[in-house]
Structures are given as structure tokens and as C-alpha cells.
Ligand binder design. Structure first.
Ligand code: IMP
Length: 430
């Protein structure tokens, strides 16, 4: 196993999230000077296994487990300060001294955002995305309403009070008067708690855009760590079954203040099958015993919510869109080992929608609800030798190489990283 590095690399999800980005990020993080989250919040769940030790992270970039890179939570991320303080304590407890910077411009998740999230999903009924309940949609909505509280505000008590009055009364009215819920936490107690959170986080807060600009200028390497996946992107995903941020690589610029001109390599992480936590139509979903086997073998349970994930076959209509929208320069294909032992492996190459063959993700929810997967079935492979990662690409079973090459041809993007196990070393580079 060798490793390589370009100055600025981005890693993004090419499906519904949970593709194994944590592992791929961690694989590159050791050679990076900075590892940066640019969107989303603690709705994300990244699992990294190093030397047999499992780390479950939600907000802090996965690179933290290395110790040497600086971890940055940039302005596009929404921060639950209590969750961040707890996660800092979690990594310190694991023996890591966090080198962490948090953008002064990042928006803050408030208790009323979390309350709103649950009231909203009831209100949205069949069109609710099955949110993680972390307040993500309400905090991004408040940002756009210009009711938001930013990290910097927690360090300026008078400004915080002024802004909190506006945001608090807006959300309380929304919860109670418009949506028929209740919100009983007083403004004074929120004020006291959040001023304290600000004090605890103060030493991590800075202008992370300037930090990254100077780092890039002086030749430092930067890794952008995406959360969620393309089908959860609020513009390009299966709206309204999406998250509330842009998950696509294009958001790196606005979410960090680093120009898109500077980004070199964009790696899309594709799991060799599909999983989805939350609601939405899912054309390649499988059910019953076959699904249970795949779920158990792949340990497909939400890192953030613990919910059993829905599972299905690889959908190349989705990956094709991920390649185009993100401008992927390469694919990292993960969890291939979970498919060991399947006699045949169906891959969805297009949808049939009311008699028409469709190769691109439809915008129409009606069409997506009607989409029937059109499959190609490829022969599977048996068990892999224990140390397959040391033997390189050529040693992979012929049928696995054909599976990989089929994907490359269909989506027009090279698969350069192949992951055959959860640990960092269980990786093959081409
Ligand atoms: P929210 O981001 O909590 O508002 O949830 C919106 C949708 O995105 C729901 O379907 C969630 O299950 C899904 N989602 C959010 N974050 C993740 C993630 O990190 N992995 C997978 N699904 C996610």
C-alpha cells in the first residue's frame, strides 16, 4: 500500500451518505496539514477505525484521530456548541490533543432549532425526510431568514442578547402559534448556557478562511471532508427528502471561503451497494432476508441515530449524477468485501419511468416515485484472501475487476481507491 497527496483534495459522498467517507478521509488525513468540514452539522456520522480503535465522530473532521493535522470546522458548518464540547471531551478521552479551529462565521444550533425539527417533521408528514432531529433544517432556515446566531456572537454578550431576542421569539412563535407545539426553555437560561459554551470554545474560534488562504499560499496541503451524499444535496438531491445543505463539492468555496479554482482532486466515495437512513423513494431498495443479510454483514445502522439503514443494489444513475455535479476526478469504491459470496450482483444502470428509459436522476418527484430500476447482473466473487490489500489490484478476483471496470465505463470516472475492510490498511490504490 502506498499513498499519495495533492495540495487540495476534496472527498464527497456520491450516494445517500454513509458511503465510508470517514475511512477514506482518514486514509488521506495523515498526509494533510488541514482537514476541513465545510457543510452540515452533527447530523453526520463518520466512523474511523485505527489500530483496532473505533472513533465515531459527528462534527469534528475525521482527521482529528491522526493528531498532526489541524481540524477545521468552517463557516458552512452548523455547530451545536454543546455537541462540539462533548465531542472535544470524547477525543481528549481517547488520548488525542485536538488541534481544532472553528469558524467565527459558523451558525449555531439553538435549542429552539432542535424543538422545531421534531414539530416540523410531523407537519411535513409524508414529505418529511426523516431528519436526524439535530435542528439542521431550522438552523439553515434561520441563517437565510437572517435570524441566525453565529459563533462570534457567543463571544459578544450584548450582541448575543440582541440577536437571541429576535431568533428566540421568532422560533417560539413558529413552534407554538403556527405549528401547535410547545417550547418551554426560557430565553434567560439559553443565554446563560450559550455564553458559557462560548467561553469554553473561545480558544478555538478564528477566521478560518484567512487561515486556509495563508496555509494554501505557503504550500500546505488541505483535505476537505464532505458529509452526507449527493442525493441529500438540497439542490441536486431528491428534494424534499434531502438534508438542508449543499453536499456537492461546489459548496466548498462558499462553505470555507477557499476559491474553487484552488481545488485539485475531487474524490467521490461510492459504496459497492446502497444504504439510506431516512425517508424517500429508493428505486433499488431490497427487502426481506436478502436485505437483512446485507444490513447485518455491512453493519448498516445509522452512526448518528442508530436507525437500521434501508439497503439496496448499487444505483449508477445516482453515481453518474455525482460524477457530473461534483466534477469527480476519481472514485473510491468502498465495502467491496461485504459483497463477497454473492453469486450475482445486480447493478442499476437506468430507470424505466412510465415506459421510458432514463439515465439521469429525474427532478420530478412523480417520476422518481415511479422509477423502476433496470439492472445488469454481473457474476460475483467468493472470499478474499486475508491480506488482499498487500497484494495489490492485480491480485483481485477477475470478476471483481470486471465489476469495477463496468462501473468506470458506465459513469465515466476511474475507480482509483478500493476499500476491502474497515481499517485504514485494508485499502488498495491503483
Ligand atoms: P437532517 O439533515 O437531519 O435534516 O435530515 C435530512 C435527511 O438527511 C434525512 O433523511 C436524514 O436521515 C439524512 N441524513 C442527514 N445526515 C446524514 C448522514 O450523515 N448520513 C446519512 N443520511 C443523513
Amino acid at each position: 500500500m502506498t499513498s499519495y497527496q495533492s495540495d487540495i483534495t476534496a472527498i464527497v459522498g456520491a450516494q445517500w451518505g454513509d458511503e465510508g467517507k470517514g475511512k477514506i478521509t482518514d486514509f488521506f488525513a495523515g498526509n494533510s496539514d488541514y482537514v476541513v468540514r465545510f457543510h452540515g452539522g452533527n447530523n453526520a456520522g463518520h466512523t474511523v477505525i485505527v489500530d483496532g480503535e473505533t472513533y465515531k465522530l459527528h462534527l469534528i473532521p475525521s482527521g482529528i484521530v491522526y493528531g498532526s493535522p489541524v481540524s477545521i470546522i468552517a463557516n458552512g458548518v452548523v455547530v451545536d456548541p454543546k455537541a462540539l464540547i462533548d465531542e472535544i471531551a470524547y477525543v481528549i478521552n481517547k488520548g488525542i490533543t485536538p488541534k481544532l479551529m472553528v469558524s467565527d462565521r459558523a451558525h449555531v444550533i439553538m435549542p429552539y432549532h432542535i424543538a422545531l425539527d421534531s414539530v416540523l417533521s410531523g407537519h411535513q408528514a409524508k414529505l418529511a425526510a426523516g431528519s436526524t432531529g439535530r435542528g439542521i433544517a431550522p438552523v439553515y432556515a434561520d441563517k437565510m431568514f437572517r435570524n441566525g446566531i453565529r459563533i462570534i456572537d457567543l463571544l459578544e454578550p450584548d450582541i448575543f442578547k440582541e440577536k437571541l431576542k429576535k431568533g428566540y421569539s421568532f422560533s417560539k412563535n413558529l413552534i407554538e402559534k403556527a405549528l401547535g407545539g410547545t417550547f418551554d426553555i426560557s430565553m434567560d437560561s439559553i443565554y446563560d448556557d450559550y455564553i458559557e459554551y462560548g467561553n469554553k470554545l473561545n480558544s478555538y474560534v478564528c477566521d478560518t478562511s484567512v487561515e486556509l488562504f495563508n496555509a494554501h499560499k505557503s504550500g500546505k496541503s488541505i483535505l476537505f471532508e464532505g458529509a452526507q451524499g449527493i442525493s441529500l444535496d438540497v439542490d441536486h438531491g431528491i428534494y424534499p427528502y434531502t438534508t438542508s445543505s449543499n453536499t456537492a463539492a461546489g459548496h466548498i468555496s462558499t462553505g470555507t471561503g477557499v476559491s474553487f479554482r484552488d481545488i485539485g482532486k475531487i474524490i467521490g466515495v461510492v459504496k459497492a451497494y446502497l444504504s439510506r437512513v431516512g425517508e424517500s423513494p429508493l428505486p433499488t431498495e431490497i427487502h426481506g432476508e436478502e436485505a437483512n443479510n446485507l444490513r447485518e454483514k455491512g453493519a448498516e445502522y445509522g452512526t448518528t441515530t442508530g436507525r437500521p439503514r434501508r439497503v439496496g443494489w448499487l444505483d449508477l444513475v445516482q453515481v453518474r449524477q455525482a460524477v457530473r455535479v461534483n466534477g469527480l476526478t476519481e472514485i473510491a469504491l468502498t465495502k467491496l468485501d461485504i459483497l463477497n459470496g454473492f453469486k450475482t450482483l445486480p447493478i442499476c444502470i437506468s430507470y424505466e419511468i412510465e415506459g421510458k428509459q432514463v439515465k439521469e436522476m429525474p427532478a420530478s418527484l412523480h417520476d422518481y416515485r415511479c422509477a423502476k430500476p433496470v439492472y445488469t447482473s454481473l457474476p460475483g466473487w467468493g472470499d478474499l484472501p486475508n491480506n488482499i490489500w498487500d497484494m495489490g489490484f492485480d491480485a483481485l478476483p477477475k470478476t471483481m475487476k470486471e465489476y469495477i471496470s463496468y462501473i468506470e465505463t458506465e459513469v465515466e470516472c476511474p475507480v482509483k481507491i478500493i476499500s476491502v475492510g474497515p481499517q485504514r490498511h485494508e485499502t488498495i490504490l491503483r
